[in-house]
Write a protein that binds this ligand. Structure first.
Ligand code: GCB
Length: 637
């Protein structure tokens, strides 16, 4: 079980309490040289928070818009000291009208959390910068040695978090969860003053970088909770089927291989219990360290699949703590030219989805949003979705688990990241680790993607290879891939997907826009595809724009007929794909907002490649793709 030992490569887990100072420093030095310290972004992420005791801090917050970051820097642009009264994390409204104060929180400036700011106020539609969020709360804290954490589902992009004037921490990365410990002494019974500085400015050395084809929605976009946990608690666990031997179906009585991670070393004699009541499983494991390996077999388990998305209640407990989840058991693997789900080849009938509610023009985060998006994918007869281009809200992957929809989950390493920078690599790794940690018990997720359309160069390949290696260290049970580019127009109309990254991915996935970017759709008639890698081949994007309700002929760009023709030619070509072709996720489910799309007649800030428009209407192309999937469902399984 080498992979389950990997969380221990987080630096602190190497350091034993019995080491004296010089030995610890020497150890840190060696590990740093080996590159180990860089691996750990946030090794204290608490998972499965749905089942934990928590105070929700969702709701109405007050805010201050601060484009010049006056609440953070002084007039020489030096960071303000923690106790400076001018800092926006320190003080509330002016106490009386004559007080000389040039800022303050007030109800007339209120905003809803979770939720991006762009859709909440017309003046924030294009805003990229800092907004300070503030809310007060009362809290009856237990005095039994419990621990407290402020947990955020996601804040785009940078969050600086302060409670009662003290900084708890800073997090970067707009689509993944994080938490900061709150010292018990800091929590008051009445009037806690929580402030989050949110900054969604884009930078060349961040992930994503300056340039993306989606809206940069800012704000506290997902849930906020104050978690209350016992002194020694279950921080995270993996309860998943062991990877089968290559090409093999899971055994009749398959093996669960995983681990339970406690927040700190347990007391002597502590045990970890794992129960799956529906299967009569009740196991106990000695907790001799912070990371407790678990292993047992599952008699009578029904395997999870799109046709049978069965989830089991799994309870992980210790003497003091308990965490409960619903987990499906399945195996997934790229084997030769195929992808095997539970040992059987599967053809992926997919669609790419942005994490956006197009009707309300905002980030998607509610259960209803997830139902809308995945419901539309189901209407298309999909058994798979690519959640582009960043980790979506956890409601999506959880609902995919219950609906039986396979998921490709991705980090926003998009286009031209700074591939030569180790710092940028660390940022990408941090997001990768948070994505995998949050969702490593989701049966629906079969592919971790480390990026999209990254331009080939030796530095890029090293960067991406490093992410792939890290993903595999963290989770050896799923496929790892990336959406690659193809340079079109090879000899004899043969397009070869030969990106050097193909050597390291499990699934060779590529984006192609034959007939939209370059040429006309009939190019598909003569184009063939192949890859030198003996691996399954997957089309991670293809699409054309079509404005809903604009009808002309099939040669007119941006009309529905052009998009329809495009998909007719594409689907005809798909039927001629080589035998390692295992599926496709066309671009894209819904029209989505993008500041790059400014055709004054057809786009007006929208990328119109949706098979559905922003109101939920089906375009003509929808029916072409649906017919193809209906046929594939019957013939390819
Ligand atoms: C792509 C990108 C996607 C864009 C799409 C387009 O290749 O991966 O993010 O939105 O093309 O519409 O051009």
């Amino acid at each position: 079980m080498p992979w389950i030992l990997k969380p221990t490569d987080k630096l602190n887990l190497y350091l034993k309490p019995e080491m004296n100072k010089p030995v610890r420093y020497l150890f840190i030095l060696i590990l740093t040289v080996l590159g180990v310290s860089r691996l750990s972004a946030q090794n204290n992420l608490i998972t499965n928070v749905q089942s934990r005791k928590a105070l929700s801090l969702n709701g109405t917050w007050q805010y201050i818009v601060d484009p010049y970051e006056t609440g953070f820097y002084d007039y020489r642009f030096k960071e303000l000291k923690e106790d400076n009264p001018d800092a926006y994390w320190n003080t509330d409204i002016p106490k009386n009208k004559s007080e000389k104060k040039e800022h303050g929180y007030a109800d007339k400036y209120s905003i809803t959390v979770p939720g991006d700011w762009n859709h909440q106020k017309p003046e924030f539609l294009f805003y990229e910068g800092t907004i300070w969020y503030k809310r007060s709360f009362d809290y009856q804290k237990p005095t039994d040695g419990s621990k407290f954490y402020l947990w955020f589902g996601a804040v785009n992009y940078r969050a600086d978090v302060y409670l009662n004037g003290k900084k708890l921490g800073m997090h970067k990365g707009g689509f993944t969860p994080f938490n900061f410990e709150v010292p018990a002494a800091l929590l008051k019974e009445k009037g806690n003053f929580l402030v989050v500085k949110v900054d969604n400015k884009r930078y060349a050395d961040e992930v994503p970088t300056l340039n993306t084809d989606w809206w940069n929605y800012g704000g506290i976009t997902r849930d906020v909770k104050l978690l209350e946990l016992p002194a020694t608690f279950i921080q995270d666990f993996v309860v998943q089927l062991k990877k089968p031997l290559p090409g093999q179906a899971p055994a009749k009585t398959p093996e669960v291989d995983g681990w339970v991670k406690l927040n700190q070393a347990p007391a002597a004699g502590e045990v970890v219990n794992v129960e799956i009541p529906q299967l009569g499983i009740k196991k106990q494991f000695a907790a001799t360290g912070q990371l407790v390996p678990i292993n047992f077999t599952l008699p009578k388990v029904q395997l999870w699949s799109p046709g049978n998305p069965v989830l089991y209640k799994v309870i992980v407990s210790t003497k003091t703590d308990r965490s409960e989840d619903k987990i499906g058991f399945r195996t997934i693997e790229a084997y030769g030219k195929q992808v095997l789900l539970n040992g059987k080849p599967i053809f992926m009938r997919g669609i790419c989805i942005h994490g956006e509610n197009p009707k309300e023009v905002r980030r998607a985060y509610t259960r209803a949003d997830a139902e809308y998006l995945l419901g539309k994918a189901k209407e298309l007869n999909c058994n798979m979705v690519r959640l582009a281009h960043y980790p979506h809200d956890e409601t999506m992957t959880r609902l995919a688990d219950s609906l039986g929809i396979l998921v490709w989950s991705e980090i926003p390493v998009y286009w031209t990241i700074q591939f030569t920078s180790n710092e940028v690599l660390d940022k990408a790794k941090a997001q990768l680790e948070e994505m995998i940690t949050r969702d490593h018990n989701r049966a629906s997720i079969i592919i971790w993607s480390v990026g999209n359309e990254t331009p080939v160069s030796p530095a890029r390949t090293d960067f991406m290879h490093s992410l792939i290696t890290r993903a595999k260290q963290l989770d050896g049970t799923r496929m790892v891939s990336a959406a690659l580019e193809v340079s079109n127009g090879g000899l004899n109309n043969l397009n070869v997907v030969d990106d050097p990254l193909g050597e390291f991915v499990d699934l060779v996935a590529f984006n192609e826009y034959l007939g939209w970017y370059g040429g006309m759709p009939d190019k598909c008639r003569t184009t063939n595809w192949s890859t030198p890698y003996n691996k399954p081949l997957f089309i991670s994007e293809t699409g054309a724009e079509g404005k809903s309700g604009f009808h002309a002929d099939s040669l007119t760009r941006f009309d529905e007929e052009f998009q329809e023709w495009y998909f007719k030619e594409q689907t005809a070509m798909l039927k001629r794909m080589p035998d390692n072709f295992v599926g496709i996720t066309p671009w894209v489910l819904n029209d989505f907002k993008s500041p790059k799309r400014n055709n004054p007649y057809y786009q007006e800030g929208w990328n119109r490649k949706g098979l559905f428009d922003d109101k939920g209407n089906k375009k003509k192309a929808f029916y072409v793709m649906k017919a193809y999937y209906d046929e594939m469902e019957k013939t390819k399984q």
